[in-house]
Design a protein around this ligand. Structure first.
Ligand SMILES: NC(=O)c1ccc[n+]([C@@H]2O[C@H](COP(=O)([O-])OP(=O)(O)OC[C@H]3O[C@@H](n4cnc5c(N)ncnc54)[C@H](OP(=O)(O)O)[C@@H]3O)[C@@H](O)[C@H]2O)c1
Length: 299
């Protein structure tokens, strides 16, 4: 597996990481429910493939508990990133999720996460959203620094998007930034660069754009970008669209790890194979970028 240094954390992470939101289980959201046996198989397959970076969150249903249950014995084989600022209430048929920026919530999240994950520490604790002003005003950045001093977390991160990312980067306190990026949603291309130039690690989510137009669960807005940019015209013969999208993401010089979600072992193997091939040729990336740019400009 190709690895990259995750910015100033110095962690040597596989450029293909694993996003575990799909392991959230029943009564959460979405149409797919992954059972215990499959969750166990997928998590072991992730590590067996050599992936060493896993992202989760307290508000991903059973995800943290499953990582703790099945991978606690392999804790040294992977870096673990979870989140905080999450308030979640289980209703009969769904999980209601809010993000609340208080010290109580952050402390409670980390206590619960450590128990569920069956571990003494998490490598990265990320604010699950939030903006620079609120996180500072509520003393939450200081709190994360205290938690680091106590050895409960190793690094401070934030998972965010526009419009908050530039302000969060300007604070200069975060070790990592998680953000969405792919050839079908390229808006944060430059922001990835600014985060990395400041020395931070860049964790990409949505890096396979949910599998693109071939995926079982269709994402019309993203798929429309693929269609309108006529990316099929430049898709190398025999290359699945998901491979193209993933390798484009991995071609960004500052994509340190892309936490691709999958609960399908065949897709996991395909993603590992794609990531092992590495970036797409530069001219192909440029052509895709310019087609998508002009298509997004028109829309
Ligand atoms: N605000 C936040 O902090 C935030 C928000 C969203 C996500 N995240 C994190 O980012 C991770 C990834 O995000 P995401 O799930 O939204 O985006 P994603 O990784 O781009 O998409 C995941 C979807 O892609 C499909 N897929 C994966 N590989 C495929 C392949 N080779 N062929 C076809 N389909 C494929 C998966 O379906 P199969 O299971 O069928 O393979 C799954 O439905 C999450 O798990 C979570 O850890 C964070």
């Amino acid at each position: 597996m190709i690895t990259r240094k995750l910015g100033k954390t110095g962690l040597e992470v596989t450029q293909l990481g694993y996003g575990s939101m799909g392991l959230r289980g029943p009564r959460t959201w979405g149409v797919r429910v992954v059972g215990e046996e499959d969750a166990e198989k997928v998590l072991h397959a992730v590590l067996n493939a050599g992936i060493n970076f896993i992202d989760t969150s307290p508000d991903y249903g059973l995800s943290e508990a499953r990582i703790g249950r099945y991978l606690a014995g392999r804790r040294k084989e992977f870096y673990l990133a979870t989140k905080c600022g999450c308030v979640y209430t289980q209703h009969d048929d769904h999980l209601k999720i809010d993000h609340v920026w208080t010290k109580d919530v952050v402390r409670r999240n980390l206590d619960t996460s450590l128990q569920r994950l069956n571990t003494d520490y998490v490598d990265i604790l990320q604010f699950h959203g939030g903006d620079a002003e609120t996180l500072q005003r509520e003393g939450l950045i200081d709190l994360l620094q205290d938690l680091r001093t106590q050895g409960l977390i190793r690094f401070l991160g934030v998972s965010s998007a526009l419009p908050h990312l530039p302000g969060l980067i300007d604070l200069g306190v975060f070790d990592t930034f998680q953000m969405p990026y792919s050839c079908l949603a390229p808006e944060l291309h430059e922001i990835m660069t600014s985060a990395a130039e400041q020395g931070a690690g860049v964790i990409v989510r949505g890096g396979i754009a949910h599998g693109g137009p071939d995926a079982e669960i269709q994402r019309p807005a993203l798929n429309d970008v693929w269609t309108h940019a006529k990316l099929d015209e430049i898709l190398p013969q025999g290359m699945p669209r998901a491979e193209f999208i993933l390798r484009y993401t991995l071609s960004h010089p500052h994509c340190h790890t892309a936490i691709v979600g999958t609960c399908n072992l065949a897709h996991l193997n395909e993603n590992v194979a794609a990531a092992t091939k590495g970036p797409l040729p530069a001219d192909l990336c440029q052509e895709a970028a310019s087609r998508v740019k002009s298509c997004l400009r028109k829309s």
